[in-house]
Design a protein around this ligand. Structure first.
Ligand SMILES: [Zn+2]
Length: 137
């Protein structure tokens, strides 16, 4: 498990995402980082009131709510608080169920409310390119 992550603003997909970096696209309201456990899976998180909310004070970044990689073999679960990775407890069945429901809703594009002042791109080709690059399971 890595201890720290730092935010980097991007507009295009990094060809080789680095561990310990949270890539943030304001344009697409999306973030990508490599799983903090070190397994190398790419974690793509949408930023919206119904997905994750991102707080960036210019130096440190916090994500609300926790990141749960229940679909990865590692099943890692952690929070990002002011650039620190804080390990969270194991997923309960209920959390996994809710996470799956939220994920499915996101993929259906419903609901994907726009964040004020940030253009939403639920079908952004940039996000789709990222999703296609995820390892096939
Ligand atoms: Zn992992």
């Amino acid at each position: 498990m890595i201890a720290q992550i730092r935010p980097v603003l991007v507009t295009t997909v990094p060809a080789q995402p680095e561990p310990g970096v949270l890539y943030v696209s304001v344009e697409y309201a999306t973030t990508l980082h490599l799983c903090a456990c070190g397994c190398g899976h790419e974690v793509v998180l949408g930023i919206s009131p119904h997905d994750w909310t991102l707080n960036w004070d210019g130096e440190t970044v916090s994500l609300d709510h926790s990141v749960g990689n229940w679909s990865f073999p590692c099943q890692s679960h952690y929070c990002i608080r002011r650039n620190r990775i804080v390990r969270a407890g194991p997923w309960t069945d209920e959390q996994i169920t809710r996470g799956r429901a939220r994920d499915a809703a996101f993929r259906r594009g419903n609901p994907t409310p726009a964040v004020p002042d940030v253009p939403s791109a639920p079908s952004g080709s940039w996000l789709l390119r990222w999703l296609r690059r995820l390892p096939h399971r």
